[in-house]
Design a binder for this molecule. Structure first.
Ligand SMILES: *Cc1c(COP(=O)(O)O)cnc(C)c1O
Length: 394
């Protein structure tokens, strides 16, 4: 038996187990731009699955900015930010992101995953502890697990459990980490109460606003702005650019000192190639649209209301959420998959989200809305879903 045979034999056993448990993942191939109407695996469908909340991923404006920057800069960035990868486009985007989120400075990262890993690892060390909400995004959990500090998870938004942990004596620093809008549930973290706890116990507080930036708050400035909490009480803010902004990348915003410390210490910043300048240019164009075209947020909010109202009438128990993430909890992963496949047969794409992305026993359809949806799209979704959901419950 060759090395390759041995490896394949072991991996095949692992894959078989996944398949049997309804946990096997497959990729779909999309042709054409993002938007509610997608061509997926060669067939047209109506999607409720992307994080393109404002409808900017397929917008011609950012694409034109990207082409123009590619003409001036070329496609590649050549090196890390600290060598020669940091261009005027990156610098301007950082200033615009800082202004948008109302913070002194911002620092670009290549992805949200890397921003979260980098920040947590830069801020805590052996002897410290990280306290995370159980339903935090995988990148935050991985950041906690892969750093040298002790990782403790508290039950979802259970502030008394968190307070008990904080009250237990600990010699090192404590870093509380939370999603601002929970990515698979759509609910909003109690950021004010978390800030109070961080003050009371001298802990640091980091929030990941991947699903709030662009969507919530005046001008789309994010969840802190929505809740009216000043930046000094939420001093470590992570935003991503691949969701409402429709492009790619992420940033951390905070004090000048925080940003300088991250430039020195965040390994996922230091040891990686800078995102290409055309990506930064596209994001600048998307940021202008996201800030200025408030009608996108207003339209999105109306679509969320319509979905919840229609789902309620049809007896579909959506989880409580006022954001564009609207999950329908199913429980069993095979059943979630069956429902998702039944919808696809009718040309509607809603992904079944299964463990380990969500806790065991909470497989769901994660419905997401975009400002680019039409009211009639919502009605079609609810009508189709109601037919198949009833059938599955019977
Ligand atoms: C998507 C997401 C990330 C990761 O961002 P990428 O730029 O896609 O790597 C981080 N945190 C949350 C809450 C997310 O939803």
């Amino acid at each position: 038996m060759t090395g390759a045979d041995r490896l394949d034999r072991d991996l095949e056993a692992l894959l078989r187990r996944r398949l049997e448990r309804g946990l096997y993942r497959r990729r779909r191939v999309v042709s054409g731009p993002q938007g509610p109407h997608l061509r997926v695996d060669g067939r047209d469908c109506l999607g409720f699955c992307s994080n393109d909340y404002l409808g900017l991923a397929g917008h011609p404006g950012p694409a034109a900015a990207m082409r123009e920057a590619a003409r001036r800069y070329g496609a590649g960035s050549g090196a890390a930010h600290l060598i020669v990868g940091h261009t005027a486009e990156h610098g301007a985007l950082e200033e615009e992101l800082a202004a948008w989120t109302g913070r002194p400075r911002a620092l670009l990262f290549s992805t949200g995953y890397m921003a979260n890993m980098g920040v947590i690892n830069a801020l805590v060390a052996e002897g410290d502890r990280v306290l995370e909400d159980r339903l935090n995004h995988a990148s935050l959990l991985d950041g906690g697990w892969l750093c040298r500090a002790r990782m403790q998870r508290y039950p979802h938004v259970d502030l008394s459990a968190l307070e008990r942990e904080l009250a237990a004596p600990d010699a090192g620093r404590s870093l509380i980490v939370t999603d601002a809008v929970f990515s698979m549930d759509g609910d909003i973290a109690p950021l004010g109460a978390l800030a109070d706890l961080s003050d009371r116990y001298g802990a640091d507080l980091m929030i990941d606003d991947a699903h709030g930036l662009g969507v919530l708050g005046p001008g789309g400035a994010g969840t802190p702005a929505e809740l009216g909490i000043c930046w000094q009480r939420l001093p470590i803010y992570v935003g991503t650019l691949g969701k409402a902004l429709g492009t790619f990348g992420a940033f951390v915003a905070g004090s000048n000192t925080l940003i300088e410390a991250l430039i020195q210490r965040a390994r996922t910043y230091v040891f990686t190639t800078a995102p290409p300048a055309p990506v930064a240019a596209a994001t600048r164009a998307a940021l202008r649209l996201a800030r200025e075209e408030s009608w996108r947020r207003e339209r999105l909010a109306r679509l969320v209301t319509r979905l919840r109202h229609e789902a309620d009438r049809a007896g579909l128990p959506l989880a409580p959420s006022r954001t564009p993430v609207q999950p329908l909890l199913i429980g069993d992963p095979r059943e979630a998959l069956r429902l998702s496949e039944a919808l696809l047969q009718e040309g509607i794409l809603v992904p079944a989200i299964r463990p380990p992305t969500v806790p065991a026993g909470t497989a769901r359809l994660r419905i997401t809305l975009s400002a680019a949806h039409e009211p009639g799209d919502i009605d079609r979704l609810v009508e189709t879903l109601a037919r198949h959901y009833r059938r599955s419950a019977a």
